[in-house]
Design a protein around this ligand. Structure first.
Ligand code: MUC
Ligand code: MG
Length: 366
């Protein structure tokens, strides 16, 4: 059960509805499929979504670092020796998304080797997660129409609104229109992807007072430490660290310095191993966590629900699991389904992401 080779396959699938947000826009899923092969024929699978505007990694850099640096160093290691695998990857700094995909593929291979679902290996708390849908930049009425459609069609009752626009009135208006149109029982929270200053974020909090917003994610750049701390102190709702906290070390720094008081965990950039470390830190400190979406495909969303459903703390809140619905196609042989606002884990060995090889052949770039 040794790692024999690691395959990286860049591919591209268009979005029918591109997602726009303060730090970027996604019109195509230009991702990398990662497959870890063992010497006894097991294949672990994961998806790597590059986000250059967030972490600096590109489709090319993810392929290259895995192929040229990690694969030669990991070949020959036992698939179950995760600490050795991570000790090797730690020798290269950054490259969180590439490392995350290798880690998830390794977990998938371990699950298949042990003939056990990975959600059981990780904790086995529950078998599904409630779904939160991310709404990108659009005029207020279109946002409301989209949210109503997702509510009706999929039973989704939690929405994360992408904000961080100027003038602030664009987002303030969207919040009012959504609350008015969706009613009081729908959960609404905001993610500014560092689009505002701390003072602008405070102004938006004042102008949306009374709307029952539950969280404010990455309102401004966490590196602007003093103003960010002031915002966190004054905010009546939790301020969630997202792109500022890809590792457990980053999460510790931001929590201890007052840069945030809740943490978004994304398996795409932290894998299952580092996500477990971040989660342990947060539960130890009594800090709320959310399961985020790196604008994931169905493969990535299945990884998120696998981790999120495995633990009590990560399954309390709705996880961001539904943006694959805006893609023209996907690579999963058995598509993910949202039923009554939830997505279930798969009771299959590993993570359960079986790839449709014909689709992969159609969308692969090399
Ligand atoms: C989010 O929560 O920020 C946007 C960029 C990215 O990396 O993830 C998304 C969603
Ligand atoms: Mg975010």
């Amino acid at each position: 059960m040794k790692i024999e080779r690691i395959e990286v396959i860049p591919y591209s699938i268009p979005y029918t509805h591109p997602l726009k947000f303060a730090s970027g826009e996604v019109a195509n899923a230009d991702h990398v499929l990662v497959r870890v092969h063992t010497d006894d024929g097991v294949v672990g699978v994961a998806d790597a979504p590059p986000r250059p505007y967030t972490y600096g990694e590109t489709q090319e850099s993810i392929g290259t670092i895995i192929e040229k640096t990690f694969a030669p160093q990991l070949t020959g290691l036992e698939i179950v020796d995760r600490e050795q695998i991570h000790a090797v990857m730690r020798r290269t700094i950054h490259n969180q998304v590439a490392k995350g995909a290798v880690d998830i593929a390794v977990w998938d291979a371990i699950g298949k080797t042990l003939r056990t679902p990975v959600h059981k290996l990780l904790g086995g708390y529950t078998d599904r997660m409630r779904v939160s849908h991310m709404l990108g930049f659009r005029p207020a009425q279109e946002l409301l129409d989209e949210a109503l459609r997702f509510g009706e069609q999929y039973g989704i009752t939690t929405f994360k609104l992408k904000v961080g626009r100027r003038p602030l009135s664009l987002d303030v208006e969207a919040c009012h229109v959504l609350r008015e149109g969706l009613g009081e029982d729908v959960e609404l929270y905001l993610d500014a992807n560092r689009g505002w200053t701390a003072n602008e974020a405070l102004e938006v909090l004042r102008r949306t007072e009374g709307l029952g917003l539950t969280m404010l994610e990455e309102p401004c750049d966490a590196k602007e430490a003093l103003s960010r701390r002031r915002l966190v102190d004054k905010s009546p709702i939790p301020v969630v660290g997202d792109e500022s906290v890809p590792t457990a070390g980053d999460a510790s720094r931001e929590l201890l310095s007052g840069g945030c008081n809740a943490i978004c965990i994304k398996t795409a950039r932290s894998g299952f191993t580092e996500a477990t470390e971040i989660l342990g830190l947060c539960t130890g400190l009594g800090v709320d966590v959310t399961m985020g979406n790196q604008i994931d495909t169905q493969i990535g969303s299945l990884a998120t629900v696998t981790f999120g459903a495995a633990h009590e703390a990560t399954s309390r809140r709705a996880g961001e699991l539904s943006n694959f619905l805006d893609m023209a196609d996907d690579l999963l042989a058995d598509p993910l389904r949202i039923i009554d606002g939830t997505i279930s884990v798969r009771d299959l060995p590993g993570v359960g992401a079986e790839i449709d090889e014909d689709k992969l052949a159609a969308y692969r770039l090399s």
